[in-house]
Design a protein around this ligand. Structure first.
Ligand SMILES: O=C(O)CC1=CCC(=O)O1
Length: 259
């Protein structure tokens, strides 16, 4: 377990892989911690993988409310503290929004981006307000079944591990989860993302109930030269549901842009 001190509190991160391998930094989604990437990383050898828990998730502190740009600033600080030169970023969902924001504002730190199951805008302000209200009135467990349906295709929902992912959501601190919902409600990255000029791979899941493939494709279309790939039998978290297919999609891109 490693610690980065930030003005808002303590940020948890970890590094795996050879010190001299190309660095890839992974940004998690809403309601998950850095274990989100366990299965995919087991299929992606030869990288130095940096993972972290964003504010209010996993072992990291919350501080107060924040915007997507503040989360991107945390990642910038983590890169500066751990790495020489620009890195590849791989972000999923809100993690993909962090990646878009950081690539737009700090091109000196990011050489290429993998944007998984993300968009320039996710959900509506009303949908996030409804979710926050449910958590405030009935607790975070009240949203868990709805979230599982958005995250996973039916095949995965029948597997015993579903209970573990459900527990991950339920055990996220309610204030931490709500702060991320507020940041999502306020975020629209259309202008920033349309200005991106870096190698980008965009990934969608064919059964994603949160960022449907057409929404993800529309974000890819904003970035000149971006590649777009749909993973079959995968919902919002293809790195969990289809780690081999996820790795097979990502590895050639990482190899191409690590040189
Ligand atoms: O919980 C969801 O609906 C999925 C999601 C939206 C943003 C994010 O990071 O995850």
């Amino acid at each position: 377990m490693q610690v980065l001190n930030r003005p808002w509190g303590t940020m948890h991160y970890r590094i795996d892989g050879p010190a001299n391998a190309p660095t890839v930094i992974f940004a998690n989604s809403l309601g998950t911690d850095l274990r989100l990437w366990d299965a995919a990383l087991a299929e992606i050898p030869g990288i130095r993988a940096i993972r972290f828990d964003k504010r209010g998730h996993g072992l990291s502190d919350l501080g107060g409310d924040y915007a997507i740009a503040d989360l991107a600033d945390d990642v910038a600080a983590l890169i500066e503290a751990t790495s020489d030169g620009p890195v590849i970023i791989c972000g999923l969902s809100i993690g993909g929004m962090i990646a878009q924001n950081l690539a737009a504002r700090r091109p000196d730190l990011i050489r290429a981006a993998v944007l998984s199951n993300t968009a320039v805008k996710m959900g509506t302000a009303e949908s996030w307000t409804d979710r926050i209200r449910t958590i405030e009135t009935r607790g975070i467990a009240a949203i868990a079944d709805m979230v599982m349906e958005r995250w996973f295709a039916p095949t995965f929902r029948a597997r015993p591990e579903l209970a573990l992912w459900r527990n991950m959501v339920i055990r996220t601190s309610a204030p931490g989860y709500i702060a991320a919902c507020r940041a999502l409600a306020a975020a629209n990255l259309t202008v920033q993302t349309a200005g991106l000029r870096l190698p980008t791979l965009v990934i969608a899941g064919d059964s994603d109930g949160s960022s449907p493939a057409d929404l993800v494709r529309a974000t890819a279309a904003l970035i000149p030269g971006a590649r777009f790939h749909i993973i079959a039998d995968a919902g919002h978290l293809p790195c969990v549901e289809q780690p081999r297919a996820f790795a097979a999609t990502v590895i050639p891109f990482l190899q191409e842009h690590s040189r």
